[in-house]
Design a protein around this ligand. Structure first.
Ligand SMILES: N[C@@H](CCC(=O)NCCCC(=O)O)C(=O)O
Length: 260
């Protein structure tokens, strides 16, 4: 039976009345149905009561990318520049959900905004426009970039440390693995429970793991969901996450049967 994997929704305004909707991009649903091998369930941004109610049902959590940004009040950061997109309703759900899933050992894969949420949820902070910082690269793609493969194509390399989750699932620790890059923000203060294991050439943290997590808990700043159908490193991230979710589901089922 496929593990039930929650996918974090954003609040997006759709239609002529710009009504708020809870939304997930199709590529996250496809990757869960495909290489992850799970059953996707879209998690509305329902806040803490929703988190408590859904946690016992989840066998995994996928935290998605988004053009919106974690609200600075969650990490005592300065207010965003005017016009910077935010999603406070999503933040109010994902931040407690991350802490709850890690505590329960529910496997977690955090992508881009998701990795930034992971860092903030565990006490870290963010730089809001890394391209404005001395010595840093521009990691963003223009929102009006019309050519898909330019927007999601390989943009820089990452160096991966040995001894971490990425090396364990790849069988190697690449010194220069090409990845895509679609972000303005990045890790400033790394959360105490996180260990960085991948970096861009300018020092931007690109991969983290939760040091004391009882289960799979990995964050990447790039988007492997755009590349899993043509590159083995991306595919293996999702396969490892799926295997962890399946194992968690099997353990949960065994415990449930034993309790009957
Ligand atoms: N807004 C944050 C996080 C960036 C992010 O998740 N980008 C994905 C954009 C959606 C997509 O095109 O897939 C930042 O800018 O750092």
């Amino acid at each position: 039976m496929r593990p039930l994997i929650g996918i974090s929704c954003c609040i997006k305004a759709f239609g002529i009345f710009a009504m708020p909707n809870h939304a997930v991009s199709d590529h996250y649903v496809r990757v869960v149905m495909g290489p992850v091998g799970g059953l996707p369930i879209l998690l509305p941004a329902g806040g803490e009561p929703f988190v408590e109610a859904i946690l016992p049902r989840l066998d995994g959590l996928l935290l998605t990318g988004s053009r919106t940004n974690v609200c600075p009040q969650y990490y005592d950061g300065p207010a965003h520049a005017p016009g910077t997109p935010e999603d406070a309703v999503r933040d109010s759900t994902t931040l407690p959900l991350i802490r709850a899933c890690i505590g329960a050992g529910v496997p977690l894969l955090a992508i881009c905004r998701g990795m930034q949420e992971l860092n903030v949820a565990l006490g870290g902070s963010l730089d809001q426009r890394i391209q404005d910082l001395p010595g840093r690269m521009d990691h963003s793609t223009p929102s009006d970039q019309p050519i898909p493969l330019v927007r999601t194509g390989k943009a820089h390399a990452v160096r991966v440390d040995g001894g971490g989750v990425l090396e364990s699932l790849w069988g190697e620790a690449p010194r220069a693995l090409p990845v895509n890059s679609l972000h303005n923000q990045g890790v400033a203060r790394l959360a105490p429970r996180l260990i960085a294991e991948a970096w861009a050439p300018d020092g931007t943290v690109e991969g983290v793991r939760v040091a004391d997590a009882p289960g799979f808990a990995l964050g990447v700043q790039w988007h492997p969901e755009y590349d899993y159908d043509r590159d083995a490193h991306s595919l293996k991230i999702f396969q490892a996450f799926g295997a962890a979710c399946a194992a968690f589901a099997n353990r949960r089922a065994a415990l449930s049967m034993a309790a009957e």
